[in-house]
Design a protein around this ligand. Structure first.
Ligand SMILES: Nc1ncnc2c1ncn2[C@@H]1O[C@H](COP(=O)(O)OP(=O)(O)OP(=O)(O)O)[C@@H](O)[C@H]1O
Length: 467
């Protein structure tokens, strides 16, 4: 019978996971901290499931303290997925809270069935996961052959090995997070954690304690001391996405971290040294925000030591088909349909489209079309690109005299519109009484998608709204 060790300081979660696993037939032991787990001979277990942030040493410590046992990391925010993904110094997987029972059992079964193998060897599973290799070139992390992206890669190669703070600018979905990952992986810090934080996805009331940690009793609900994300990134890199959304108080604290390399937990009088390389990103014009007082000017200059601008996809059309074929290959493997391909008309449509949602929109369009297409050839009608952004491209289904039996664009976009309308209505009507997690659950989407759709539809989360 496989033996599993749970390391989690929150009683409710620890006991729920323990019961779930015992019920599924596993032998389970638990601990509230890394220190307590240490006394249980962690390497004698078949699997360790640990929370990322714990009182005392962070959960990732279990990786080094039990080098022969696979470690599954639990983390509170969907925005941390990529962080944990990148910090696989040996952790074999991660699971974002809140998770449901099936999800947890599937993750456990998967890891145990696989047997323990080092995270680095799993990069083979997905051609895009070579990012786990702490050496090489930006092109192993992100695709780009056109001139503007080659310039970005040159800059990344030059800046990555230094300690310089970098500000990555670019529209939503252009690949800012990937650029941050490349900067980390090509730096001497590659073997240490890369912690990614989406400043817009964490409720304003929690952001300071999330970033800086807190002492026991610092505020109502702070039942124990907690390590902040900056501390968790010690020795590695911290990626602050959507930095423009950081509230004023947190901006002031962050400035101190940059000036003095010190953090002070919320509720603590003592500072401690941290060694973190900062990478920030935004799609907003931070300089303009300093003029209106929304963003501190001193912080802006501290962050903007080096700027990398990721061009929107419409400025690198030469890369569209290369990216599309990469995403298609991934979908073909995932769906077990190796013959999926794009028709010449579909390729033309992709090249002419304006891509307001950039690479993310292209990735989603390919994923959607791969699932919806009845044949192996993806046509423009299955791609279903928004005709408002089609440039000069006219879909064949709308050309007079064309008798092809496919749904017309008008019918499809009417459908889209009503869904978006519904989404907008639902959010506006319920956001005052529901948390983001509840809203996302009711809508059947992840918190990250909720946040993305809010951005796209121009209904950002209200400052101070509940968590
Ligand atoms: N050059 C690229 N090669 C391969 N995939 C890419 C590239 N650029 C972006 N992507 C993919 O597109 C998606 C969006 O990228 P990413 O999250 O890095 O964008 P972003 O600019 O950080 O977006 P946001 O501002 O909305 O957070 C991701 O799934 C990423 O893997």
């Amino acid at each position: 019978m496989p033996r599993i060790l749970i390391v989690e300081d929150e009683d409710i979660i620890r006991s729920a996971v323990r019961k779930l696993l015992q019920h599924a037939g596993y032998e389970v032991a638990d601990a509230v901290s890394v220190e307590e787990a240490e006394g249980l001979d962690p390497d004698s277990f078949d699997l360790i499931i640990t929370d990322l942030r714990l009182p005392g040493a962070p959960g990732t410590e279990m990786i080094t303290r039990a080098p022969d046992t696979p470690v599954l990391i639990m983390t509170s925010y969907a925005s941390l997925r990529s962080a944990v993904d990148s910090m696989k110094m040996g952790a074999v997987d991660y699971i974002a809270k809140p998770f449901d029972h099936d999800e947890m059992l599937a993750a456990v079964e998967n890891i145990l069935a696989r047997g323990h193998e080092p995270a680095s060897s799993r990069a083979d599973e997905d051609p895009d996961r070579t990012a786990d290799t702490p050496s090489g070139d930006p092109s192993t992390v992100m695709f780009g052959t056109c001139e503007p992206m080659q310039r970005v890669f040159t800059l990344i190669r030059k800046v990555a090995p230094t300690e310089t703070t970098v500000l990555v600018q670019g529209e939503s979905g252009t690949g800012k997070e990937l650029a941050a990952r490349a900067l980390h992986l090509l730096s001497p810090r590659a073997n240490k954690p890369l912690i990614s934080v989406n400043c817009a996805a964490i409720p304003e009331s929690l952001i300071e304690s999330e970033l800086f940690g807190h002492e026991k009793g610092a505020f109502t609900g702070a039942v124990s001391a907690r390590t902040g994300l900056i501390e968790a990134a010690d020795g590695g890199s911290l990626f602050l996405d959507e930095i423009g959304e950081l509230p004023a108080e947190a901006q002031a604290r962050l400035l101190r971290v940059l000036q003095e390399s010190e953090i002070r937990r919320v509720g603590s009088t003592q500072s401690q040294k941290v060694n973190v390389r900062m990478i920030a990103a935004t799609h907003r014009n931070l300089k303009a925000m300093t003029r209106t007082g929304e963003f501190r000017e001193d912080l802006y200059y501290r962050l903007n030591v080096m700027q990398i601008r990721i061009p929107p996809l419409r400025e690198r059309r030469g890369d569209v088909l290369g990216l599309a074929s990469r995403f298609l290959k991934r979908q073909a493997e995932k769906l077990g349909r190796p013959d999926l391909s794009l028709s010449p008309e579909a390729m033309q449509a992709l090249e002419r489209y304006r891509w307001p949602g950039n690479v993310r929109e292209l990735e989603n369009a390919i994923e959607r079309a791969s699932i919806l297409t009845d044949t192996d050839i993806i046509t423009p009608s299955v791609l279903d690109l928004d005709s408002d952004y089609g440039d000069e491209y006219i879909p064949e289904t709308l050309v007079e005299g064309d008798n092809e039996q496919t749904p017309t664009r008008d019918a499809d976009s009417a459908n889209d519109l009503s869904l978006e309308d519904y989404f907008q209505h639902f959010v506006l009507e319920n956001q005052d009484r529901m948390s983001e997690t509840e809203l996302a659950q009711k809508l059947g989407i992840s918190r990250k998608s909720l946040w993305e759709r809010r951005q796209r539809l121009g209904i950002p989360r209200k400052k101070g709204a509940g968590s």
